[in-house]
Design a protein around this ligand. Structure first.
Ligand code: MEV
Length: 439
């Protein structure tokens, strides 16, 4: 049934639920029961979740798993991962263990600059605009002092503001293109507040700039917003070892594995169809840690994929080489993350995840997240170039299929044993359950 409603947001939570279940569900009581099953019995926690967003009708759970044995720059971590996909956490753990025995991961933050822009329209003389910008620049920074002073005390703040002429793309279009250092905060609110202040000063003071004609004084601000594209907020993660130390697999020599692995990466570098899946595997690791630590995975996703296309073709984020008998696998990716502000101080599981990671700074978290992505990519490519992905995947997927058929604990035990030596496919699992139940 299609239905519209006005004033929905003003209804109480229970009235919202009543309307939803009665309007959309054939069995309203059943739907209500499911929604209630996912409420937290602790009222304070439930209220917190209700207030994270609007029109909350229940909570949507994701499992929080952990991948131990991550040796990063000589320090051991157990990494929290919020993800529903089977085998991601297992793959991360396996890759972590593999590299722990080979010196671990090296990670390094290359830069931490973030960007925000005031987009505006001006149709007058470009030279006069330049003069106005040079005249007003210090005041733009000064007027933002109430917003920036605390950040400055800690060593961050506004790094620079440039005037950018975009009139070749759109008639009359210019930008104030600003760069920021936001330290341990992701910085979205800080940057947006600064930008809105720049826009206000820029527009208002134009009225007092005598070199402008009457028309030139009317600067039209279109919008002020941070950019989630942060190619200068970059982290590098790397693993390397002697080729002979690579293989643990009796069926493939270390040299053959290294060669196939590098070929697989090269394919993702030149072939966008493969690159998207290759990078998706990297994001399996990245998103899971970004989510567990209360960061904005949509921002990270949007940025990473733009970065993967920066040379004009969508390409692999990771790279691999064999040189002088050494295998090296690495990745540089942009990550705008925070370990203070936002959800980090609010969501109990986010706080727990950050404590598990020894309360990292934003720079440390960038390194951990990049490593999780590289580890995930290593695990995927290792399976793909040796056994194939389905063997491991379907083993992990077995539990999902068993749950789909409400398998009991005993049934799960018997069938897990059975599928240790038989190939898992959806139909094979269904047949095995049916056979078991007939018996
Ligand atoms: C599945 O979630 C991710 C992989 O497809 C990644 C890849 O192919 O590299 C296994």
């Amino acid at each position: 049934m299609c239905a519209s409603i006005s004033g929905f947001s003003k209804l109480s939570k229970s009235k919202k639920i009543d309307w939803i279940v009665e309007t959309y569900f054939s069995n309203a009581e059943d739907a209500k029961r499911i929604l209630k099953q996912y409420w937290n019995t602790n009222e304070k926690i439930q209220q917190l979740h209700d207030e994270f967003t609007e029109n909350t009708i229940t909570n949507y759970y994701l499992p929080l798993g952990v991948a131990p044995n991550f040796l990063i720059n000589g320090k051991l971590y157990t990494i929290p991962m919020a993800i529903e996909e089977s085998s991601v956490v297992a793959a991360a753990s396996k890759a972590a263990k593999f590299w722990m025995d080979r010196g671990g991961f090296k990670a390094e933050v290359i830069s931490t600059t973030k960007i925000g822009q005031v987009h505006f329209m001006y149709y007058g003389n470009p030279e006069t605009l330049k003069n106005y910008f040079n005249h007003i620049k210090s005041q733009l920074i000064e007027d933002a002092k109430p917003i920036t002073k605390n950040m400055e005390k800690r060593g961050g703040g506004i790094l620079d503001i440039e005037l950018r002429d975009k009139t070749k793309d759109i008639k009359g279009y210019y930008q104030l293109h600003a760069s920021f250092e936001t330290l341990d905060a992701m910085g979205a609110n800080f940057i947006n507040s600064c930008l809105e202040q720049f826009a206000k000063t820029f527009k208002t003071e134009a009225l007092n700039f005598n070199a402008f004609s009457a028309e030139e004084k009317i600067i039209q601000i279109v919008m002020s917003i941070l950019s989630n594209y942060v190619p200068e907020c970059l982290v590098r993660a790397e693993v390397s070892c002697k080729i002979e130390d690579l293989s643990e697999d009796k069926n493939i020599s270390a040299e053959e594995f290294a060669t196939k692995f590098v070929q697989a990466v090269k394919i993702a570098e030149v072939e966008p169809y493969r690159a998207v899946t290759h990078n998706k595997g990297i994001m399996n690791g990245i998103d899971a840690v970004v989510l567990a630590t209360g960061n904005d995975f949509r921002a990270v996703e949007a940025c990473v994929h733009a970065y993967a296309s920066r040379k004009g073709t969508y390409s692999s984020l990771s790279h691999a080489k064999i040189e002088d008998g050494i295998f090296t696998f690495w990745m540089e990716i942009p990550l705008a993350l925070g370990t203070v502000g936002g959800l980090t101080g609010l969501h109990p599981l986010v706080k727990l995840s950050l404590e598990l990671l020894h309360h990292p700074t934003a720079k440390e978290l960038m390194q951990i997240v990049a490593v999780a992505g590289l580890a995930q990519n290593f695990a995927a490519l290792r399976s793909l170039t040796t056994t194939g992905i389905q063997q491991g995947h379907m083993k992990m997927h077995l539990m999902n299929i068993l749950n789909l058929f409400d398998a009991t604990d005993i049934e799960k035990e018997i069938l897990t044993e059975y599928f240790k030596v038989n190939t898992v496919t959806h139909s094979a699992v269904v047949e095995a359950i049916e056979n078991l139940r007939i018996k």
